[in-house]
Write a protein that binds this ligand. Sequence first.
Ligand code: AMP
Ligand code: MG
Length: 600
Amino acid sequence: MISVEEALEKVLSYVEVLEPERKSILNCLGQVLAEGVYSTINIPPLDNSAMDGFALRSEDTREATQSSPRYLAVVGEVAAGSLPTNEVRPGTAIRIMTGAPLPEGADAVVRFEDTDETSRKSSKNDLSQIGILCQAKKGLNVRCRGEDIAEGDLVLKKGEVLRPQEIGVLASLGRSAALVIRRPIVAVLATGDELIGVDQPLAPGKIHDSNTYTIAAEVSRYGGIPKILGIGRDSVQSLTEKIDEGLDADMLITSGGVSKGDYDIVKDVLAERGEVGFWTVCMKPGKPLAFGVIKKVVGRKKKKVPHLGLPGNPVSSMITFEQFARPAILKMMGKKVLGKPAIQAIIDDDIVNTDGRRLFVRVNVTRRGGQYYASVTGPQGSGILTSMVRANGLAVIPESSHAVKAGDTVEVQMLDWAEEQSQSKTLPIVSIVGKSQSGKTMLMEQLIAEFKKRDCRVAAIKHCHGGMEIDHPGKDSWRYAQAGSDAVCISSPDKLAFMKNSNHELSIEEIMPIIGPEFDLVLVEGFKKSKLPKIEVHRKELGNDLLCSPEELSAVVTDGSLDTLVADTCKLTVFRSSDTVAVADFIEKNFVFKSPSSAC
Ligand code: AMP
Ligand code: MG
């Protein structure tokens, strides 16, 4: 068995960077520039205004203020796209729009907001004069000729990947075409007697060919052009014919027929056609892999087409594509960065690695409280393509690691990134409010116990107005704080206490990252001024009125008769103090986020 790295090195040793082509900038997104691009113009071509306002001589605004404006004669107007007809002489100004060329003589632009133009207009005053309300420095709101790009600059280097912004720069230089490394054409062939086309009805014993579509989509995603060859049958003749159709491509990718079954004859056909290596790669899924070159003769020239034979199982073929085909396509396109972006994440599940291969586990990565978490996306069979649908990354468990425990940090190759990634989960938080002595803490206790019964992970936050019980003088933590430490953390084998000095009252948003993401529910006592969903505890002895206004509340829990509160709370859900289960049901139904992994 060879390692993933050795296999990748061999694959890359067989593929070359393709030749350049000149094409419309509209069609070269993601391609690599094959020439340095120099500018033949200045951008901007002339000094111009960055604001709508008045072009003037900065020295004419000396000591101008709101209460003591400097008045200038307006001697013209210039809009973007036209040229000024006048020059700005001392004591004059020209009305100017954003992007319009700066008139001769002017060295600054004062925006409309810093002039008295609006008040002149509303009081129908003379507009042949303008009052300048602030002193302008030389160069204020002026964009200088060539400040973005100067004539002769090397603007884009050879080897740069064209993103929308580079394409925009090419357009601003007046170039409608660019010389780029061409996209590879990748022939895609599915193999197997059990496969039928996507449009055909399923017959007994048959399955739809999905690999063709997954692989073609992957080829396009990474910048190649897929050439679909269809389905090759498990016979030498059928495979030979199909492979011949794919030999004008830059690369051939087959799926299936490379393991040890009786009908796995892709490798035999290929062995006759070129130099082919068959490997078992030390990875799971995706152990069997074929790679080599198929020889072909074009006119008098002999050519070699790289061939990658992926395993047939849909997940295996996708994961081996990611590891080997993707870097090969990127190399052919002239890219330098061939690896997948990887992150470190805390794994939510135990994983065992029984046979010493590198394990690629399908995971869903979320970011919570500034930390990445990865959860395994259900059953991991190599035929279960929906495990990829639920995944946005592959956790990579090294061959040397026999087991990973929930809470361990693992490396995750991201299949999707940034904006494609699922949003982070926000924790459900409910605040229990009420007058002093209303029974908030008792309800907190009862709810915590009730949610624990429901298998929820609960965090509780108490808002104290005064000092903190745990902050006792003489204790080590107190002494650290006295010595000036801004935060003190006390950690024991099974507990963590954290105190942080703050120069302001901490908001719940500031507290939550410290609490951490691993809870199903956060119950807060107090924080009545926050925007959290609130349940007020009402006690009849303390009066009929409520602490919060009913619009702010989600529910009320009272020991009084429900009627006493009706006027105020006609739209509110009201619970009896004794009915903790009903309150918990209400919280669970309305606020608790249910994920498949959380039992709550
Ligand atoms: P093979 O590697 O040819 O032995 O195939 C392994 C498994 O993958 C078998 O269960 C095949 O039916 C399945 N398989 C092979 N090719 C495809 C395909 N193009 N689409 C969906 N499943 C496939
Ligand atoms: Mg097969």
